[in-house]
Write a protein that binds this ligand. Structure first.
Ligand SMILES: Nc1ncnc2c1ncn2[C@@H]1O[C@H](COP(=O)(O)OP(=O)(O)OP(=O)(O)O)[C@@H](O)[C@H]1O
Ligand SMILES: [Mg+2]
Length: 353
């Protein structure tokens, strides 16, 4: 059955529809629009475009031009930033309404495309990550068994050695076997199952901040921009500390211990991860003003063994991503020189696996 009025049709559209008056004040918005701008129609109606969109100047110009020329306007892949910090990429169509229309002067339709791009990218990343982890686990098992034998034999040999100076060699074998075992253990993650306890993400971030400041006294500055209304998560605090620490340590290393790291928390509503729609998501941004991720690495930083540091193992981010995924979440990053942001998305509901 068809909806029974134009209003009902508008309400069931998945495209965001916004109607502005000649002064670019929002007069009405449909539910898809509320979702896109992450606020209710009650809050949004009456605000000007500049109050709705943080970097709305260029967009406002497009609307004013359309009003003046009275020619409809469409544009693809327009980037908009909301006041909560969230960036959107939308396809947009702006249509001037006939003069004297009571309901408004301009009709703006926005369809979010970055959500679709993100979903496709994310699915690919999750598949690869799962395949990678399976290979790593198999490899780790195959390495650990002979390694135990090697270490044990070196210890036995050491006891039999009459010449103490030769122990230097058995010590090298033992030391290197231990190093390799630690590496393999890091690759496969903790042996214990993940806990699922109430976690206050701000406590997690505070622990990480203090740990990193203790490692790098002087030169490093933290700025915290926390949303106090954030709900608790159900998760494994130790693992979430590990994931955050891996990201923050990378930032510190890239800035060589000198620079500013911003920790920001926000709530996202109606957000899809791994094909599952979540009502509430906790978003954590970890931002640094270092040189940025080298362009040739950007696409691959979450894969194991990808590193840009001579002494790096390339495991930190793949471990962090694995931890986020096991909490039902996801980590993304954007980077340019002077501005790198890693964003951790974690569902606030407890029914993840
Ligand atoms: N904030 C950042 N700024 C610049 N480059 C970064 C940043 N975060 C990560 N990278 C790049 O991504 C690479 C991969 O990071 P990852 O943490 O996975 O491995 P790693 O730091 O090299 O080694 P590990 O963490 O295992 O000791 C880094 O080597 C670095 O080149
Ligand atoms: Mg690292």
């Amino acid at each position: 059955m068809l909806p029974d009025s134009p209003q009902r049709i508008l309400e069931s559209l998945s495209t965001a529809v916004l109607v502005f008056d000649v002064e670019l004040r929002l007069m009405s918005i449909n539910p898809a629009g509320e979702m896109l701008l992450a606020a209710s129609a009650r809050k949004l109606t009456g605000l000007t475009l500049n109050e709705l969109i943080a970097d709305g100047k260029d967009f406002a110009k497009v609307l004013t031009d359309t009003l003046r020329s009275r020619h409809p306007f469409t544009a693809r892949s327009v980037r908009l930033r909301l006041f909560g910090g969230q960036a959107l990429t939308v396809d947009c169509a702006v249509t001037p309404l006939p003069e004297g229309t009571a309901g408004g002067a301009l009709l703006v339709e926005l369809s979010q495309i970055d959500r679709l791009l993100r979903l496709a990218r994310e699915e690919l990343m999750r598949d690869r990550q799962t395949a990678n982890r399976a290979v790593l686990r198999g490899l780790a098992h195959e390495i650990k068994n002979p390694l135990g034998g090697l270490r044990g034999a070196a210890q036995l040999l050491e006891r039999e050695l009459a010449e103490p100076s030769l122990k230097e060699y058995t010590q090298i074998i033992i030391h290197e076997a231990d190093r390799l075992r630690n590496l393999v253990d890091r690759m496969v993650g903790p042996a214990r199952p993940y806990r699922r306890e109430p976690v206050n993400i701000h406590e997690v971030l505070e622990r990480v901040r203090r740990l990193v400041l203790a490692e790098h006294p002087g030169g490093l500055r933290f700025e915290c921009d926390f949303d106090p209304s954030l709900p608790e998560l159900a998760g494994d605090a130790e693992q979430l500390i590990q994931a955050t620490l891996n990201i923050v340590r990378n930032a510190v290393q890239s800035m060589q211990g000198n620079g500013t790291i911003t920790l920001r928390t926000r709530i996202e509503r109606n957000f899809t991860i791994g094909g599952k729609r979540h009502r509430l998501i906790v978003r954590v941004d970890i931002e640094d003003n270092g040189p940025g991720i080298p362009p040739e690495l950007q696409e691959h930083v979450f894969y194991p063994m990808v590193t840009g540091r001579p002494e790096g193992t390339g495991l930190g981010l793949s471990i962090a991503q694995d931890i986020a995924q096991r909490h039902g979440g996801l980590i993304e990053c954007v980077s340019r020189p002077g501005h790198t942001v890693f964003t951790i998305y974690l569902p606030a509901e407890s029914e993840h696996d």
